[in-house]
Design a protein around this ligand. Structure first.
Ligand SMILES: Cc1cc2nc3c(=O)[nH]c(=O)nc-3n(C[C@H](O)[C@H](O)[C@H](O)COP(=O)(O)OP(=O)(O)OC[C@H]3O[C@@H](n4cnc5c(N)ncnc54)[C@H](O)[C@@H]3O)c2cc1C
Length: 287
């Protein structure tokens, strides 16, 4: 399986003598509420260097006494590790509930990165559905920091309701930085004057050149499939569309096999795959 991205799993942030299965303690420096059930945590290492994680990679976050979950890096602000977590079960709820000053265990970073280098010189199209915008947030900030290296940069964000939209306070900053950011919701609520419809529907009218565009998608699998088909319909080739796949994970080191999908282990070979690869994997998913 060919690998996407420019970074590989590296328990390299791990100090000498500490194995890749041992979480390192990080302290919650700041937490902010994004939506009803989603929080962003900024984490500082208790000792040693912070982790050098690239957009697209993930860490295993350990809520002490509760358990561990794979969570993508949503940014690296001032050398700090940033994660955006939606509370869906015991572990993610405990992580979201961690207060400033409390400790979280961190292993990683693991997995590959969004292939931003492939987009250099052309257009970059980033599409997030729901919490799927979190693993893309780091790529958005990387594009802002290197804005002149891309032609058009487009961000399309969709959620179920207006109250579920992520990073709404950051949208203006992205727009001021030269990103065309559009949002849509599946179901409008009172006071919503924006677009209504699934995020893939924004592809048809978004301003980008299909011949030069590299597209990064993250969200529910049905959203990624529908969006990829809309991009292909506009003329983007399947090799230039990248998706981030999620499966239950335990070790994140390619040993336990929990995240196996056909011939690939998502923690080791992914989570970022070209849509061409992902479509082949989906075809053999019952293996
Ligand atoms: C590579 C990777 C990156 C991820 N990045 C993020 C992120 O940035 N932010 C975030 O909020 N979540 C992210 N997730 C999902 C997160 O890991 C799960 O929500 C978490 O493990 C749930 O654990 P829990 O104990 O809280 O809930 P559980 O009790 O384990 O599960 C609650 C519900 O969520 C479902 N679920 C659990 N794990 C997954 C999974 N991996 N994929 C799909 N559904 C699942 C279960 O089937 C169940 O319906 C990521 C997952 C992967 C594999």
């Amino acid at each position: 399986m060919e690998r996407s991205g420019n970074r590989r799993s590296s328990p390299l942030g791990t100090p000498p003598g500490v194995g890749p299965m041992t979480p390192r303690p990080f302290r919650v420096r700041r937490r902010r509420r994004e939506t009803r059930d989603t929080w962003t945590l900024e984490l500082d290492p208790v000792s040693g260097d912070s982790l050098d994680a690239a957009p697209g990679q993930f860490t295993m976050l350990y809520a002490f006494g509760v358990g561990e979950a794979p969570i993508s890096v949503s940014g690296a602000e001032g050398g700090r590790l940033v994660h955006t977590v939606r509370a869906v079960g015991a572990v993610s709820a405990a992580i979201c509930a961690a207060r400033t000053g409390e400790l979280i265990g961190v292993r990683g970073p693991f997995g590959n990165a969004w292939p931003l280098q492939e987009a250099t010189g052309g257009d970059l199209v980033i599409v997030g559905g729901g919490i799927g915008l979190a693993p893309l947030r780091g790529a958005i900030y990387a594009a802002l920091a290197r804005r002149s290296e891309f032609a058009e940069v487009v961000v399309l964000s969709g959620s179920r309701t207006p109250g579920d939209l992520l990073f709404t306070r950051e949208l203006e900053r992205w727009r001021r930085g030269g990103i065309a950011a559009e949002v849509t919701v599946d179901r409008a609520e009172a006071g919503w004057g924006g677009k209504v419809g699934v995020v893939g529907q924004l592809v048809a009218s978004a301003r980008f050149d299909p011949a030069s565009a590299t597209c990064l998608l993250c969200g529910p699998e049905v959203m990624m499939r529908y969006t990829a088909l809309a991009l292909i319909e506009r003329g983007v080739s399947a090799e230039r569309i990248y998706v981030s796949l999620e499966r239950n994970m335990r070790c994140a080191l390619g040993h336990c096999g929990h995240c196996q999908l056909g011939p690939t282990l998502i923690c080791r070979d992914g989570p970022v795959y070209s849509y061409e690869q992902a479509a082949q994997l989906a075809a053999v998913r019952e293996l």
